[in-house]
Design a protein around this ligand. Structure first.
Ligand SMILES: [Fe+2]
Ligand SMILES: [Fe+2]
Length: 273
């Protein structure tokens, strides 16, 4: 049996230390779990998209866990498609790569193929987006009998696969449709995401869609009115046993419930147009 832990949205920085107090309790819990692998589903940093020291600080923290870690980038790590101030681009992706390795990866564990995706490319209409999709199709085709689990920052959808554009919160409808086609064709067992800072577990057409909670901070209802899922901090525990698996969202009670609403003006101040 293999134990994989998903963590997400740590939002750490050596200069903006608003959520730093939650690293030590997370670290202690992770090490105590004796995982075979830890997967970070993005927003590792407060602002790695612009601050190199956020990247080096967080890479050091993850290495310091002393267990294998694979990460995929979030919007605060590499920017996002068509963002006026922080567009995802070659320079930002190169910075990610130099600190955390490739922005997409495949890891075969016994009967499973785990695939990490760079969700920030979806909807960017870039050659890199096309390359990643072609790479993904190839990895799926070559999976053979292995069951497949995806890990990415943004969820494919919030309420329903056919919903319209949810803006900031999820993958836009056009790239989403292509990804869902692959999910169905290859019977993807797990689609695990972060970004929302909410914990949620939904089964749809035999696919488990899991929103991994943040271990850094939660988001108040003013910013996410009526959104599904639970306002809690923690991680997700996956156990892979042959072709079977279990997945459980685990609330880590040692984490301090910090609200972004209280500090957003300091952590992510609005920019002049
Ligand atoms: Fe986040
Ligand atoms: Fe995010």
């Amino acid at each position: 049996m293999l134990r994989v832990l998903q963590i997400s949205d740590t939002h750490l920085s050596p200069t903006k230390r608003h959520f730093a107090c939650n690293w030590e309790p997370l670290r202690a819990w992770l090490v105590e779990q004796k995982p075979d692998l830890v997967i970070h589903t993005g927003d590792v940093t407060v602002d790695g998209a612009d601050q190199d020291e956020d990247m080096s600080h967080c890479a050091e923290l993850l290495t310091g866990l002393g267990v294998p870690v694979l990460s995929v980038p979030g919007n605060h790590d590499v920017g996002e498609a068509y963002h006026p101030h922080q567009p995802v681009n070659a320079e930002r992706l190169a910075r990610w790569q130099s600190h955390f390795g490739t922005d997409r990866w495949v890891r075969d564990l016994e009967s499973w193929r785990l695939i990490g995706l760079n969700a920030m490319l979806f909807g960017s209409d870039s050659s890199d987006e096309a390359r990643q999709l072609a790479w993904l199709e190839q990895q799926m085709q070559q999976a053979g009998e292995r069951r497949i689990a995806w890990f990415l920052h943004r969820p494919l959808f919030i309420e329903a696969p056919e919903e319209g554009d949810m803006g900031y919160w999820s993958v836009p409808p056009a790239p989403r449709a292509k990804l869902l086609e692959l999910v169905r064709k290859h019977e993807v067992a797990i689609v695990a995401s972060g970004h929302l800072h909410r914990a949620h577990d939904l089964v749809l057409d035999d696919t488990r869609y899991i929103w991994g909670p943040s271990s850094g901070f939660v988001v108040g209802p003013a910013l996410q009115p009526g959104m599904a899922g639970a306002t809690s901090l923690g991680a997700v525990v996956y156990e892979f046993d042959g072709a079977g698996f279990s997945a459980a969202i685990h609330e880590i009670t040692a984490l301090q419930t910090l609200w972004i609403d209280d500090v957003i003006h300091e952590v992510y101040p609005p920019r002049a147009a």
